[in-house]
Every structure is written in C-alpha cells, then in structure tokens.
Design a protein around this ligand. Structure first.
Ligand code: C2O
Length: 576
C-alpha cells in the first residue's frame, strides 16, 4: 500500500499580495504560491528533488516534526545536516514517512521561510482513532505577514541601530495565505480542522464563534478529546480540532485568528492584528464581523493527554540546563543566548563533522566554540531544563522527535529548582513545539533513541537568527555506523564552496584546533554597557542623523554596513 511520492520542485521568486495591501516578492514552487499542501500516508517514501531557482539566495527544505529515523541527512537545516543549496544547485530529499498527523515544511535557510517558502503537510493515519467520528478534513494555516522582505528587515533587526532587539511587527495576519476566507460547510457535519501556524513570529489565538473546538491532535500526537472555545497556537505548532456544525443554516460564523500582541514591542495604529474567515452555511446570509473580545482564555496544552497513554519516562540519565537571555555584543546589536553563548553556524555541517572525526565525534569541543553542541548517549533519558531570562514568550522546537513536557511553570517563576523539583506529569502531553512563559521555565523529557544531529531552537525566526539555538548530537558513533551522505548532497557543498570534513573549522588534521572557525562577535568593550549603547543610539537617532552617524561609525568597532531599513508605506484601512 505504501506509495513512492516523487516531487520535482523548482524554487523561484514570484510576486503575491495575500493581504490585499501590498504586492511583494514571495518564494513559490513551480510557479505556485501559496505552496501546495502535501498529503502523505504513513509508510510512504518521499523523494523530493529541490532545485534552487532563486538566483540570489541559498535555500533548503526542512520537514518540520519528522523523526527522520535513520535519515538525519534529510532533515534540512543548513550547516547542521547539509550545506545550504546555492542558486542553480539541486538536492534530493529521500526518506520514508513513519509517523502521522499535521506537520509543515519550510525553508531552514536564514530568514527565508517568512518570504513564503512554508506550507502545511498532512500525514494520514491508517489507524486514526477518530476515524468515523468526522465527515471531512480541512486544513487551515495561520500566519503573520510582512510587507518588507525578511532579509532586509533582518539587517535592521540585528544591528547597532536596534540595540534593544525590538522585533519588526508584522503588517497583517493571514489564514490560508489570504484574508476573508470563506469555507463552505454543511449543517450537521463534523469537520476535522487541521490548524498549523506557519508564521515567523506571532502566536495566534484561534476561535470560531458559536462553535466548540474539540482538540484531538497536537504536533502529530493524538490526544484524548479536550473541549474548548479557544486555542493558542504559536509559530510552528499544529492542532487538530473536531468541530460539529449546527443543524440549521440561517447564519454564518466568523473564525478568528488573533495575533498575540503581547509579543510586539509596539502596536502600530494601522495594524489589524486579526484575520477573519467564515464558516459559510448559507451564501445568501450575512458574514458579520466577529465580536471584539476583551480577554483571551485559551486551552492550556499542558493538560492534554496522549491517546496512547504513554507514561512519564523514568528519571533522567542526563540533564541539560539552558539559561536563556537576550543581550548585546561588541557590535552593538542584540543577540539571544543559551548559557552565555549565542549560536553561530559552523563552517562544516555538524553531521558531516560527526561522520569525519572518528572517536573524537563524542567530544562536544570539536563542533565549535559557539555551536552550543551537546552530545547525548544512545538511549539515555534526557531532560532539558530551560530557564527563561527574558520577559517574552518563546515557542521552542526540537528536531527529530516529539518530547514529553513534564513540567512548565507559570510566568515569572524564575529558574527551575532542580534540588526541590515539583511533581511531574504522570502521562505528559507530547509535542514538538512548546511555549516557554516569560521569565518562567519548563522541563522536557525524551529518550535518545534516534541517532542524529538535532537542532533545538526558538521558532520565532528573529530569535533563531539572533542565535537562540542549540544542537544535540545524539549517539554520534551510531550515526557513523548508520548514515552515509548521498553524492548529490556533497555536490551541493562543492558547488557552494563549503567544506565537508573535519571539525567545525574544517580542520581534518588536528580536530582540536579550531583556528578559523566562525565566531560570534566579541563581547562589548570594557566599560561599555548595553545601557550605554541604548542611550548612545537613541541620542544619535534624535540628533542630526547624517553627521553623527558618520562620526560615530568612524569610532565604533563596526563591521557591518549601515542597514537600509525599508519601511513600507502605512497600509490602507482594513475593511472588516
Ligand atoms: Cu520548523 Cu528548525 O524548524
């Protein structure tokens, strides 16, 4: 029954205007945008040939949430499991699908998926526990949307002109890459609505007026049905909900995605942070605007219970504690840190280092000074304790598996107290992306039974690009026994001029000599506090710009160009 699904993709620039306010370049596949929603079935083999026809940017495809058991080299992140695919080059992703549920695929190249190279993906479960309890499936993506290209916004974001690290605020929200979406429904029917947030930054509250949502899946894990009026879905999370239609057709009902504005440093007056669609029972009836809500009360996903009843794994054999913060470095820009290090991509993809360093592959030191590498032993039970030193919410994602969320503090709880741990969930919720509360903490648990190099990162693309990333190198000696890099992947590296062997710096002789490795900018010069940078920059901005910038740039240890901030014209009024 298992099929082989062949895709032949040309990734190119096109233009689109999904919010009706501004046409802009977007990245399409074979001349199509929005991208196709993919449908797989458990057991299928996927062979996706990806040609980079962008001309001016490298690319890659990550299959978000896929276990890639035995095929770590097909996971997608550049500098981790492959080289970035340069313009003109082609790479084949070839793997079998051994899981079910709602996923998505997206570029994992720096700052690229928010340009549109992302879409939902559904894997049908031949043993769906809810089969027979619904009539039809629908896929609904939510996302934020920027009018300016992310690559330009990124130059301004990680810059001395933005020392506080304020993230650019999206220009609008989208539902299935449009607005005012109409979904024709039939009275009395039950729909399985598969929701995926494919956005770059904003979490969204989602509700349907007059209808109850029954959550039955999160990130590929079937759950016992949980009733709610509202869910909170962060970037990269997925939910399946059962929704039963009313038995009459006099009215239509609004569905709303509402961006969590607490994530935004400012709220531009022109921003419509909601996106609305309608369940259309009756095309003749009105599609009235949704009621304004004064507060949000979404379901807490910590309380979900997997259908398989998998219990909390035994106590950890190995615990990784990550203390997270945001801070400035010597270039004056704001970066994100785990344990006082901000992630920098190694010159050699980490998986390729594993494969070419023999027994040294078990030593995290060879993977680079700023690569946040943690080596895990095969079959260990691993806990990741994450302490949030930042006052924002962050959606954290681990590649290669789902994990148990065994504890999550409320906001402002401070660091997790490992010497006096709270009781852990007995049948914990599992998923692959979870929210970390502001100044709070959580504990994830999993068994290291999937040899490979797996990234762990905040899925807010701004934070990923400012270094909020760690790399777990799971059972490196097993990786050496089980993985061979295909020739076309190596060819991509040689086309791009990337090294494929040795330590993080590409040294194959002395694996402990990292001379020439990629490094983070140096810390702030002594006596130069982040507060000083903030004050200096703000006084500069307030003063006569040209002169002061020239003088100051002459003094400061700056290596980057002055970014061109490209703020678009304010959007027109949004029709309700
Ligand atoms: Cu959606 Cu690193 O991934």
């Amino acid at each position: 029954m298992a099929a082989t699904l062949n895709y032949d993709w040309n990734v190119t620039w096109m233009t689109a205007n999904p919010d009706g306010m501004m046409e802009r370049p977007v990245i399409g596949i074979n001349g199509q945008w929005p991208l196709p929603v993919l449908n797989f079935t458990r057991g299928d083999r996927v062979i996706a040939k990806v040609h980079n026809g962008l001309g001016n940017e490298s690319t890659s495809i990550h299959w978000h949430g896929f276990y890639q058991n035995g095929t770590n080299e097909m996971d997608g992140p550049p500098h981790v499991t492959q080289c970035d695919i340069p313009p003109g080059a082609t790479m084949v992703y070839n793997f079998t699908v051994d899981q079910t549920g709602t996923y998505w695929y997206h570029s994992h190249s720096r700052g690229q998926y928010p340009e549109g190279l992302r879409q939902a993906l559904v894997i049908t479960d031949p043993e769906n526990p809810y089969a027979g309890q619904y009539d039809e499936e629908l896929v609904l993506t939510l996302s934020d949307w920027y009018h300016d290209q992310f690559r330009y916004l990124l130059e301004g974001f990680i810059s001395v002109t933005n020392p506080t690290g304020a993230e650019p605020v999206p220009n609008s929200a989208l539902m299935n890459d449009t607005q005012d979406l109409m979904i024709p429904v039939e009275q009395g029917k039950t729909y399985l609505l598969r929701l995926a947030n494919v956005g770059a930054f904003a979490s969204q509250y989602f509700w349907i007026e007059g209808h109850t949502l029954r959550i039955v899946e999160v990130d590929g894990v079937w759950t016992d049905a949980a009733e709610t009026d509202m869910i909170y879905i962060t970037s990269a999370q997925r939910y399946s909900v059962l929704v039963t239609m009313k038995n009459e057709t006099s009215q239509n009902y609004a569905m709303v995605g509402s961006m969590d504005t607490e994530l935004f440093d400012s709220l531009p007056p022109t921003l419509n942070y909601n996106v609305t669609g309608w369940l259309v029972y009756n095309d003749q009836a009105e599609k009235s605007a949704p009621a304004e809500l004064s507060s949000f009360n979404p379901y807490d996903d910590f309380n979900l219970r997997p259908v398989d009843g998998m219990e909390c794994l035994p106590d950890a054999d190995y615990t990784v504690t990550l203390n997270m913060k945001m801070d400035n470095l010597g270039d004056g820009a704001n970066y994100a840190f785990f344990n006082n290090r901000t992630y920098v991509m190694p010159k050699v993809p980490t998986l390729y280092s594993v494969l070419t360093t023999g027994s040294a592959a078990t030593d995290p030191a060879i993977y680079g000074t700023d690569s946040l590498a943690y080596v895990l032993e095969k079959n260990d039970v691993v806990d990741i304790i994450l302490n949030n030193g930042d006052d924002g919410k962050h959606p954290f994602h681990l590649h290669g598996r789902n994990f148990q969320l065994i504890y999550r503090s409320p906001e402002n709880a401070g660091h997790f107290d490992a010497s006096n741990p709270p009781p852990f969930a007995t049948v914990p919720m599992r998923r692959d992306t979870v929210t970390l509360e502001p100044l709070g903490n959580f504990v994830l648990r999993f068994r290291a039974d999937n040899p490979g190099v797996w990234l762990f990162h905040c899925h807010i693309e701004w934070h990923m690009d400012s270094g909020l990333v760690a790399a777990f190198i799971e059972a490196p000696l097993d990786i050496q026994r089980s993985i061979t890099i295909p020739d076309d992947h190596l060819q991509v590296c040689s086309t791009g001029g990337f090294m494929t062997a040795g330590n993080a710096a590409g040294n194959t002789e002395d694996l402990y000599d990292l001379t020439g490795e990629n490094r983070a900018p140096p810390p702030l010069p002594e006596g130069f506090t982040p507060g000083g940078i903030v004050a200096l920059v703000f006084s500069c901005i307030a003063a006569v710009l040209g002169m002061i910038f020239i003088v100051w740039y002459g003094m400061a240890p700056i290596t980057t160009q002055i970014p061109t901030r490209r703020f678009s014209d304010p959007p027109e009024e949004v029709g309700e």
